[in-house]
Design a protein around this ligand. Structure first.
Ligand SMILES: Cc1cc2nc3c(=O)[nH]c(=O)nc-3n(C[C@H](O)[C@H](O)[C@H](O)COP(=O)(O)OP(=O)(O)OC[C@H]3O[C@@H](n4cnc5c(N)ncnc54)[C@H](O)[C@@H]3O)c2cc1C
Length: 432
């Protein structure tokens, strides 16, 4: 790799942390008692905390790192309907009614997060910019066109096709074979959004303590004892909101999520004439590869943020950076000589049925498994989880009671990942 690819002052850190740094470390000890302890302070944990604190519960949120250190301040800030499996696939697995309801949850989540940000007045560069989802080959273009033309009744989302000959109206690239526009998808600054949530959860009375890992959870006395290196907390309820960072403290959940690293780079500042050529409508963008690339401009439209999975095994952001740069330059040749200022990684959580899961297991509440699309889903299902914990009807979801699958011999270390990535890479190359 060439050292000149990295701009002076380059950092292995999310670009977002420049404008929204992670909260400073404190040596605050947790109180001995709380109504609810929430493990994990990302969107899931804080949304649940906000609901519970506003319902009058004494809520404590603990994070092993700084608040929001996980995916919730590292993601691409692309907001969509996010339920991965299509209606036909879900109908085969769960019947038409359930399939319909599950797909609707994704649509509701997208509406919900826009309303939530507006109602709460969270300053996070929220903008309904729409998505351009590009076809990486002609077969995929035809598949997208068929999907748009045959949307199940009642589950239609606004979408229109853009053929290759017209794609320069959407993207300054000849790399793709046209694509589809979803005008309702949105963009935000993920770390500012997280800080807004944090502020509101604290204002509602929740205590959020960072750098305080939960090391054990024991049941007893009609509740739980949650151990940390800074003391134990007795709680009536505990919620596990650790998603791609779920550890050995909760082995049941750990066996059910597959942590996968997603990698992003940010370019140095670029002239706006260039960025508006690359992204004339400032859309969020992604493509039809199994190993998807997702990219967008920064909210000030001065940089390109380009993400994807570019490693068989997890690697260092300095190793992933030049690989992402190569792909970015293939799509946008104009960026070949542009340098990188930030490169980072975060761990998303896949599940064996590619659906999120939430509920209660052995008394512990949990919500996780957003399969790489959790900006709307983590916030929305965290909010639902909060309602479940306080016993309100709004806690009900179409995902309730679904089997949260694992596989024999899987304990949380995805030994099969490199082989799966190699297979998907092969499929993407074969143009299927
Ligand atoms: C690079 C990248 C790009 C992404 N891009 C997008 C995107 O554009 N759009 C989209 O919709 N989604 C995207 N995602 C996914 C999205 O960010 C996540 O799905 C979402 O943020 C999950 O939120 P969460 O609160 O469930 O988990 P997280 O935000 O990951 O929080 C989990 C927290 O649990 C804490 N924790 C773990 N164990 C313990 C313990 N024992 N004690 C205390 N704390 C613990 C961790 O420290 C962590 O802070 C992306 C993710 C990544 C990594």
């Amino acid at each position: 790799m060439t050292a000149s690819l990295f701009a002076p002052g380059y950092q292995d850190m999310p670009y977002w942390w420049e404008a929204a740094p992670r909260p400073a470390t404190s040596d605050e000890s947790p109180p001995g008692q709380a109504d609810i302890v929430i493990v994990g302070s990302g969107y899931t944990g804080l949304s649940a905390a906000l609901v519970a604190a506003r319902a009058g519960r004494d809520v404590l949120v603990l994070d092993a790192e700084a608040a929001g250190w996980g995916c919730s301040s590292r993601n691409g800030g692309q907001v969509s309907t996010s339920i991965k499996p299509g209606y036909a696939d879900l109908a085969k697995r769960h019947g038409p009614e359930r399939a319909f309801a599950i797909r609707r949850e994704g649509m509701t989540a997208l509406d919900w997060i826009g309303d939530f940000i507006r109602t709460e007045g969270i300053d996070c560069d929220w903008e309904v910019v729409g998505r351009f989802h590009a076809a990486h080959n002609p077969v995929q273009y035809e598949t997208l066109a068929k999907d748009v033309a045959n949307q199940p009744k009642g589950l239609e989302i606004p979408a229109h096709m853009v053929p290759r000959a017209e794609q320069h109206s959407e993207i300054g690239s000849d790399y793709y074979h046209g694509g589809v526009v979803y005008p309702r998808h949105a963009a935000l600054d993920p770390a500012k959004y997280h800080l807004g949530l944090l502020e509101r959860a604290r204002a509602a009375g929740a205590r959020v303590i960072g750098h305080c890992p939960v090391t054990a959870i024991e049941r007893g006395g009609g509740g739980f004892t949650v151990a940390t290196p800074r003391g134990s907390v007795a709680a009536r309820n505990v919620a596990i909101c650790t998603n791609g960072y779920t550890g050995t403290v909760t082995p049941w959940q750990r066996r059910r999520v597959i942590p996968i690293g997603s990698y992003i780079i940010a370019t140095e500042e670029l002239p706006t004439e260039l960025t508006s050529r690359l992204s004339p409508k400032n859309r969020v963008m992604s493509d039809t590869r199994k190993l998807i690339f997702y990219y967008r401009l920064s909210p000030d439209r001065r940089r390109v943020l380009f993400g994807g999975r570019v490693a068989y095994k997890e690697t260092d952001p300095r190793v992933s950076a030049p690989r992402l740069h190569d792909w970015m330059s293939l799509i946008f040749p104009e960026l070949r000589e542009v340098r990188i200022t930030h490169s980072w990684v975060g761990f998303v959580a896949y599940t064996f049925d590619t659906l999120p899961h939430l509920g209660q297991q052995d008394g512990l509440y949990y919500a996780m498994g957003y399969c790489g699309s959790g900006v709307s889903l983590a916030s929305y299902f965290g909010w639902r989880l909060g309602h479940k914990i306080v016993g309100s009807a709004e806690g009900k979801t179409a995902l309730d009671g679904l089997d949260f699958q694992t596989r024999p011999f899987y304990t949380g270390n995805p030994w099969f990942l490199a082989a799966s990535i190699a297979y998907y890479k092969w499929r993407d190359k074969r143009n299927v």
